[in-house]
Design a protein around this ligand. Structure first.
Ligand code: COA
Length: 323
């Protein structure tokens, strides 16, 4: 039996940091309101010339370095993004070129803030099925470009960034289980209902959200999905070493952790400094934990995402990096 395992991780955050204090000068809000409702203190925002594929490139190079692989080794690239550089080619194809990878498949996955979980689960199936030996899986976003920066209910929440992992074939796990879900009847609670047609912008090009409904949905969906994945793998919640959820709002994270019974010291949180970076949030948090030396070989780690669609899902893995 072939398993996939994460051989290396990487991440990238744009240089410019926008603090709550800076937002106070632009919209009617306060640092105190934002921190108490979301836990967010600051977020990174990409420079005008920086595209999603540029952020992805930095994160991918770091992940490849950590895994000890080069462009000649990568045989699959999956990029999760809601903010592709262009309608087509896919950001994965643009990244493939920037990395100098000349073989294998490359495609994007669109599941908004669940994007990385979807991409990782898809790449795992490729590796476990023998279709790939060395996959690059990336979550990258310039989400700041989907926001109405005058809308205080939404613009305070999000930021830009990228995270990447190299997934290689292995004799043992690696990835233990994954579960993916979607409910398209909830499309209206979180969306950017705009697009281009006949050379014109159609619809509303900014993020719209029913915050309270999204909050309640996220807590319910991720807590039941965590239980589903742990039960399917036969892992008790007490055996879980790290919980790395999508970084949307500290109150959402805390509510889920409490519901499933994970103590706060086993929850990785980066939302305070990154905000919600959509598809980038889980690999960014994973890489932050790896580089802080938190994850030890053999640790059981639960990754989770939830976002527009609505989409949600889990990946449970045993941490067994290269070397
Ligand atoms: N600064 C100051 N006041 C603000 C504000 C801001 N940035 N944003 C909203 N408010 C105001 C509202 O206008 C409202 O005022 P009113 O009572 O006079 O109408 C008041 O604060 C309370 O707003 P409410 O929406 O009830 O706050 P909340 O406690 O539900 O928190 C969110 C709002 C958005 C933080 C919360 O609903 C949330 O985090 N939802 C999930 C969002 C998310 O994670 N989305 C992405 C998922 S992938």
């Amino acid at each position: 039996m072939i398993y996939s395992r994460i051989a290396g991780t990487g991440s990238y955050l744009p240089e410019r940091v926008v603090t709550n204090r800076e937002l106070e000068t632009r919209i009617e809000t306060s640092d105190e309101w934002i921190v108490s409702r979301t836990g967010i203190e600051a977020r990174h925002v990409a420079a005008d010339a920086e595209m999603t594929s540029d952020l992805a490139l930095h994160a991918s190079r770091e992940a490849m370095r950590a895994a000890g692989v080069g462009p000649g080794d990568i045989d699959l690239i999956v990029v999760a993004t809601t903010t592709p550089d262009m309608v087509f080619p896919s950001t994965a194809c643009l990244l493939q070129d920037k990395l100098g990878v000349r073989q294998g498949a490359a495609f994007d996955v669109q599941a908004v803030c669940t994007g990385f979980i979807y991409a990782l689960a898809v790449a795992d199936k490729f590796v476990a099925g023998g279709g790939s030996r060395c996959a690059l899986v990336v979550g990258a976003e310039v989400f700041s470009r989907l926001l109405d920066w005058n809308d205080r209910r939404t613009c305070i929440l999000f930021g830009d960034g990228a995270g990447a992992v190299v997934l290689t074939a292995a004799d043992g796990p690696g990835i233990l289980r994954s579960h993916l879900h979607a409910d398209g009847s909830l499309a209206h609670i979180l969306r950017v209902a705009g697009g281009i047609a006949h050379g014109e912008l159609r619809g509303h090009p900014f993020l719209e959200m029913r915050g309270g409904e999204v909050f309640r949905f996220a807590v319910q969906a991720l807590s039941s999905c965590a239980q589903e994945t742990l039960a399917a793998a036969g892992v008790a919640v007490e055996e879980l070493d790290w919980y790395i959820p999508h970084q949307a709002n500290i109150r959402i994270l805390n509510a889920i952790a409490e519901k499933i019974g994970v103590p706060p010291e086993r929850v990785v949180t980066t939302v305070a400094r990154h905000g919600n970076t959509s598809a980038a949030s889980v690999p960014l948090a994973l890489d932050t934990a790896v580089r802080a030396g938190k994850l030890k070989t053999g640790d059981r780690v639960l990754l989770q995402g939830v976002g527009g669609g609505m989409t949600w899902g889990s990946v449970l893995l045993r941490w067994s990096p290269a070397r």
